[in-house]
Design a protein around this ligand. Sequence first.
Ligand SMILES: Nc1ncnc2c1ncn2[C@@H]1O[C@H](COP(=O)(O)OP(=O)(O)OP(=O)(O)O)[C@@H](O)[C@H]1O
Length: 304
Amino acid sequence: MKASTPIGNPLIILNPAANRGRMRVYQDLLQQYIVSHQAEYRETRAPGEAKDLAQQAAMANRSIIVVGGDGTIHEVVNGLLTAGRRVPLGIVAAGSGNDFAWNTLKLPHAPLEAIEHAFNGTLIDVDAGRVNNSYFANGFSIGLDAEIGAMTNQMKNIPLMSGAQLYYVAALWQLLFHFHRCPWLTFLFDAGKVSQTHEKRYILLAVTNGPAYGAGFRINPVADHTDGFLDICVVEYMPIKRVLRLFPGVRQGKHVGEPEVTFYRAKTVHIESKQGATMQADGEESRVTMIDAAVLPGALWIRV
Ligand SMILES: Nc1ncnc2c1ncn2[C@@H]1O[C@H](COP(=O)(O)OP(=O)(O)OP(=O)(O)O)[C@@H](O)[C@H]1O
């Protein structure tokens, strides 16, 4: 991948639908930066546009500042990596979950400080990943958690509930009514260094660059986004009563050491599911029966 010297003016991509539309504070604060950095400012009009804008900007070697949540970052990362150019990326966490910005990159929460870092922070190399035909920044998973994520997305317009609250409601619903959807999987990590070739039932299999997903659940608590590896958490099937006992502790990473939970680190991941199952990548869901994934070490150049 080419490391490019940025030319031209930076492009700001803001998703006005992120954080359930509460974006005024970012729109206002950005005004002075648009002037001082002679930046172009674009608001997305529909899903998918952030990817196209980022791809075009990267092709022109322009730096990009994205303002939105994990879904918008996912689109921008897909645009950048599709373009095959490594241009500086600033991230202003402005979504409901913000796992990549807050938990992986440890970027500031306060809007003005976040904008300052996105424009003037230090550039570091950050791993990304490829999964099937697209890319991810933070991670992907298959299993009950992906079903929970999909349901959380569907409920996003319910007012007065935070991202974490929505996630808990969806989690309880999936555990109580859709527990039978836990997938039967086989997998190979690093082309067979680790393998499970007999179909077995799992609660979830989560592959991440960062430590947390689902608005702060520390699924791979020691994952390092700069180590050139994917961190993998495999949770074997267990009775629902036990899941209900373990689940709340995942928020603090307390599932580490439990007998049904195993951690791995790998560069490539191959998973097959007996039936169609939901996969989420950076919170964006799709249906799959097969997953092929690989880490892209240092593929992103991000201001922190
Ligand atoms: N103009 C738009 N109208 C509606 N949806 C849009 C628009 N522009 C982008 N989107 C979509 O909005 C979705 C939600 O955005 P995003 O994930 O960034 O915010 P969020 O859901 O609040 O945050 P998080 O994913 O961190 O919880 C994305 O999937 C994106 O494709």
